[in-house]
Design a protein around this ligand. Sequence first.
Ligand code: ATP
Length: 366
Amino acid sequence: MGAPYRIGVLPGDGIGPEVVPVAVEVASVAARAAGLAVEWVELPAGLAAYEQFGETLPPQTVETLRGCQGWVLGPVEHHRYDPRRPGMRNPSGFLRKHFDLYANVRPARTFPGVPTRYLHVDLVVVRENTEGFYPDRNVLEGDAELRVTQDVVVSLRVVTRQACVRIAEYAFALAAQRAAQRGRPGQVTAVHKANVLRRGDGLFLECCREVAARFPEVAFDDVHVDAASYFLVRDPARYDVMVTTNLFGDILSDQAAGLVGSLGLAPSLNAGDRYAMAQAVHGSAPDIAGRGVANPTAELLSVAMLFEWLGRRHGDAAATDAAGLVEDAVRATLARGVHTPDLGGTHTTAQFSRALQEALRAATMG
Ligand code: ATP
């Protein structure tokens, strides 16, 4: 084993302290089995940190993350963060922007044994993460939503060539990688509304076309976001990699999660060139927090995506193997019918965690 990767652990709010420790525990078993050395560094963040330190993201946490290769962020209870209050930064938006985690990668896949409306969905939404309509990442100071009179609000959107090109490059590289793994041609679909947002989405589409010309082995098409949302519900198997701007990607990826069973199964990675942050797509699920029934799969598969990213970035087969072991354990456990209530089952988070660890042990003891 080489020097351990330092991976930060920020449990977040709501069900975060229930699902993040399970993800870390199960991922640790997989890492050990694959010969991957990981040092997990638990750090305060979120509403609990605010209670304790008066800051949702203490400076020490951000500083420590700088020395990590990646981290896991639990869900954030967005509506309880008031950016006007000192010390109330939203960790999710802040960390994406601060560490330039420009690609939010959100796969949606069907799992054997999980009842869904569709079979064989296997797509990824690649969402631009640093600009667009999100007011917390658009301006250097202040907020890009302006209430100019009592009854008028102006929301600013930022679209830059640099961000469009690099998100398109990420999507094409991912499609090429998936094509090699699956033994079939890759496809990228750019999702936009360039017929109405002619300049902003026009620039996005122009950049996607330019990048497509550099990846002749990957098929390329584009679709208006409204049509994409229609086709996604009618026939999700038509999509492979969907690349899009921030807001559209946020919406389409939740929709895609709904197609494959539960938000509890939908992982994501926020990736930059230097750091990556694992973060489930779902929110803090306040309706079930504290009851021990949350599904930790999304968080765990997000950690697997982080392992896979580390494997690619550092050319480290052990990290790639650890990711594969996690994936296989999740598949085997779900296929056995070990399901939390969001999937119609009766298993608790703790029971599900034990089943995952048994699956890992069974797989690695040969
Ligand atoms: P937030 O304000 O944090 O975004 P929310 O309730 O608006 O919270 P989610 O937390 O994503 O949004 O929850 C949407 C629904 O999905 C809720 O009914 C929640 O219980 C369910 N859900 C989300 N994540 C999970 C999970 N990991 N396991 C089980 N159910 C989940």
